[in-house]
Design a protein. Structure first.
Length: 221
């Protein structure tokens, strides 16, 4: 029985690994800096209790949802090989290494993931539906324009995340599936969080002016 697993990650040489390490470190650092700036703005737009409640709800749901799959996977037997063709312990690649029969564990995991994605998508659609109705009722045309411009940036972020996840599950199993899964997982776990604050900030007039001055100073434009 297999007791330990080895993550294969990306099939690159020593120089490639060093390059990826430097790239991921830079992305992680930039993402932390961007989100820290956004977090500093939260107290200005909502109460401290609301901010704490939102954070607590996200953490609790994120941990509780995976309790059942983790417990069920830990009770499976693994006959080998012990190489996981991924760079993180995602349930899908782990279940692929389990000794048959896996039973209902894989189906249960798919149901949980599908329900989570669908519930989040419905919540986002309903929320922005109410926002859209409110904007349509706005008396000022300029207010409607600014509102829809902000909503469009938010929807761009949502599309980046859900589009990449949907693409991962839409690709049929095969030799290229593992590579596609790793690339898409990297995209929605690292690249999307990096782009989120940038997309939001570029809708801010002050940020636009600062970027324009910086580009003019460097004679880019």
């Amino acid at each position: 029985m297999v007791q330990e697993f080895v993550l294969l990650g990306f099939s690159v040489g020593q120089q490639g690994r060093m390059l990826l390490f430097a790239l991921f470190t830079a992305i992680y650092t930039l993402t932390l800096a961007e989100n820290f700036i956004i977090i500093m703005i939260y107290p200005k737009i909502m109460s401290q209790d609301s901010c704490y409640a939102l954070v607590a709800i996200c953490w609790i749901i994120g941990m509780v949802v995976y309790v059942v799959p983790v417990v069920l996977i830990s009770r499976l037997s693994f006959c080998g090989p012990n190489f996981i063709d991924h760079f993180l312990c995602d349930p899908g690649p782990i279940l692929a290494l389990a000794c048959p029969p896996v039973g209902y564990v894989a189906s249960l995991f798919n149901v949980i993931v599908s329900f989570g994605l669908l519930a989040t998508f419905v919540f986002i659609v309903v929320s922005y539906g109410f926002v859209g109705i409110t904007l349509v009722k706005a008396s000022s045309q300029s207010s409607r324009g600014k509102g829809f411009s902000t909503v469009s940036s938010h929807l761009a972020v949502v599309t980046l995340f859900f589009g990449s996840v949907a693409a991962m599950y839409a690709v049929p199993n095969g030799e290229s599936h593992a590579t596609v899964t790793k690339v898409v997982t990297l995209f929605y776990s690292s690249v999307t969080p990096l782009f989120n604050p940038l997309i939001y900030c570029l809708k801010n007039d002050q940020v636009k002016e600062a970027m324009t001055r910086l580009l003019k100073k460097n004679r880019v434009i």
